[in-house]
Design a protein around this ligand. Structure first.
Ligand code: ZN
Length: 259
């Protein structure tokens, strides 16, 4: 089987538990025997973020053991860049936290490989790639933000835009509980009854649509003013917090990633 190593942690005296993402079995944990011994041939092939091939020997208890681990792509290039390693570390954490154990998902597997390959080819990195990765990941996992119309009254995105153009106080918003964009009048109504609406302008909606639909190369080439980046980043970050049980570090505040 082929798979991407997501994490490794010590287990018993000389072994490690390795989480691997494969097209066939999704995210699953396996035991690598003796990897803590310097002589083990498997050690250097099991770094998080590596694409490996491996065999499995079923153990007596619930564990499966890795056999014959070979490196297929080590992504040597991005391992030289600390900012890129940070972005990959964050992405690996998100996959570990959000994917369900043993749930087959071929798309996520290929999605992640394309991301690693793209990052490996770049000499510089942009935080916006991580924003795009995370919103695409959440969208794929069933939290696709609804951006085509108001999630309450179904007013079209175009009409919401026209409304805003004719009167700038007609600003839409983002309604997390409803899963997407909300028009200015529904926003007022929701706020009146005490529901919280996240501030979100037409530009952020446009950027979000772009990030959801674009290739890594297009995201990388996209230029966004600092202020606009901050707004859309904050929206993605809050969206992610809303849909996960974990408190995530704000990747927009990791100084190493500031460009
Ligand atoms: Zn509405």
């Amino acid at each position: 089987m082929y798979g991407i190593v997501l994490s490794r942690r010590d287990f018993r005296e000389a072994d490690q538990v390795i989480a691997i993402l494969t097209a066939e079995e999704g995210k699953r944990e396996y035991i690598a025997r003796g990897v803590k011994k310097i002589t083990s041939r498997n050690t250097s092939n099991l770094e998080p973020g590596m694409l490996v091939s491996f065999g499995i020997a079923e153990g007596k208890k619930e564990w499966s053991y890795l056999t014959n681990v070979q490196s297929v792509e080590s992504f040597f290039h991005f391992r030289q860049s600390l900012p890129t390693l940070h972005i990959i570390g964050y992405s690996l954490d998100a996959l570990l936290a959000m994917l369900r154990e043993g749930e087959q998902d071929t798309e996520i597997y290929h999605f992640f490989i394309s991301y690693l390959r793209f990052l490996d080819q770049q000499s510089a990195v942009k935080t916006l790639l991580l924003d795009a990765f995370l919103i695409q990941l959440f969208s794929h996992l069933g939290y696709h933000p609804s951006l085509d119309a108001c999630v309450v009254c179904e007013k079209s995105y175009k009409d919401i835009g026209l409304e805003f153009l004719s009167a700038s106080e007609q600003k839409p918003g983002f309604y997390f509980a409803g899963g997407g964009v909300i028009c200015a009048s529904c926003k007022k109504e929701k706020q009146r009854i005490g529901e919280s609406i996240y501030p979100c302008g037409i530009k952020e909606i446009n950027t979000l649509r772009f990030l959801l639909a674009s290739s890594w190369q297009d995201v990388f080439s996209f230029s966004l003013a600092e202020e606009e980046y901050k707004l859309v980043h904050k929206l993605i970050y809050e969206f992610m917090l809303y849909h996960s049980e974990r408190k995530w570090e704000d990747w927009g505040k990791i100084s190493l990633l500031m460009t």
